[in-house]
Design a protein around this ligand. Structure first.
Ligand code: G
Ligand code: G
Ligand code: MN
Ligand code: NA
Length: 255
């Protein structure tokens, strides 16, 4: 039997879990956000990376119940961390264009539950990609506006790698731009990449958005991004994605 078959069983068999990667405030060094990343522990094949199963889950629409599980788990975790780590803790979850399309057809989703309770909404950041915004769909606009009303923030992931029609930055309610790690990688060695990072930061700030740099792996990259005024950073230099217990331990050591 193939992965697609096994994926149908995975939710019921509780084979999914989340890891959390800290998002560091580069000006204060505080950590009050984490990105939730989905993991699948296959009973015989071991850990399967999201790249290898998200596409399948999108094709057979299992991504919808899986996505709901991700949101519920991340919210439950965040509720706990608001008690134990920081009262304003937030979790960021990834959401693909297929999830938006499928939800639109379904009409009701977790968001409407949450919209009733603003205190839950402000626990969440939703990470979307440029691909979602490309066709300028009014349904997407509407959904993002609902997020905003519910206190959910929106981050534009992998920024700079996609279509980069900059007009959507003013058209959609986007709170954070995430500089793709391909630009951060060569920061110390490529003056072009440094110029690009600097330009993205200046542009985002002038449009009222904050910037998260992904894939920070060394101190040189960190210092350059800090000097450019980048707001937040993520990467192996701080920590890889961690299970909830390891994350809490890491957080206690950090502060
Ligand atoms: O950490 P990592 O290599 O596992 O993540 C790879 C990619 O998988 C990320 O770029 C992210 O966009 C995607 N991903 C991780 N978790 C989720 C999830 O819960 N939902 C969706 N749609 N994508 C995810
Ligand atoms: O596309 P998205 O940004 O959602 O995916 C996050 C992915 O980036 C995860 O797979 C995570 O494991 C990976 N990642 C996080 N930090 C680093 C880093 O410092 N270097 C590299 N190469 N990958 C990273
Ligand atoms: Mn992401
Ligand atoms: Na990314």
């Amino acid at each position: 039997m193939g992965l697609s078959h096994d994926l149908r069983q995975a939710l019921g068999k509780e084979e999914f879990f989340l890891e959390y990667q800290p998002v560091v405030d580069l000006q204060t060094n505080m950590v009050v956000k984490a990105e939730a990343l989905l993991r699948w522990k296959h009973p015989t094949k071991g850990l399967i990376p999201p790249m290898d199963f998200i596409g399948i889950a999108e094709d057979n629409l299992l991504i919808v119940p899986i996505g709901e599980w991700v949101f519920n788990s991340a919210i439950a975790q965040c509720r706990q961390w608001r008690q134990t780590l920081h009262p304003m803790f937030q979790v960021a979850v990834n959401k693909s264009p297929v999830q938006f399309a499928a939800e639109h057809r379904k009409k009701e989703d977790w968001l409407f539950e949450m919209a009733k309770n603003h205190q839950e909404g402000n626990m969440l950041v939703v990470e979307i990609t440029e691909r979602l915004l490309l066709d300028g769909s009014s349904q997407v606009s509407e959904r993002l506006a609902q997020y905003q009303q519910a206190g959910v923030q929106v981050a534009l992931d992998d920024f700079g790698t996609g279509y980069s029609a900059l007009s959507y930055l003013k058209k959609f309610p986007i709170d954070f731009v995430k500089i793709d790690r391909s630009f951060v990688r060569e920061l110390g060695t490529s003056s072009q990449d440094a110029a690009l990072c600097r330009a993205i930061i200046v542009m985002a700030h002038s449009l009222g958005m904050q910037v998260v740099a992904e894939g920070i792996e060394n101190q040189r990259q960190l210092l350059m991004l800090q000097e450019m005024g980048c707001d937040f950073g993520q990467g192996y230099y701080f920590s890889p994605p961690l299970g909830p217990e390891a994350f809490a331990l890491w957080h206690h050591e950090w502060h």
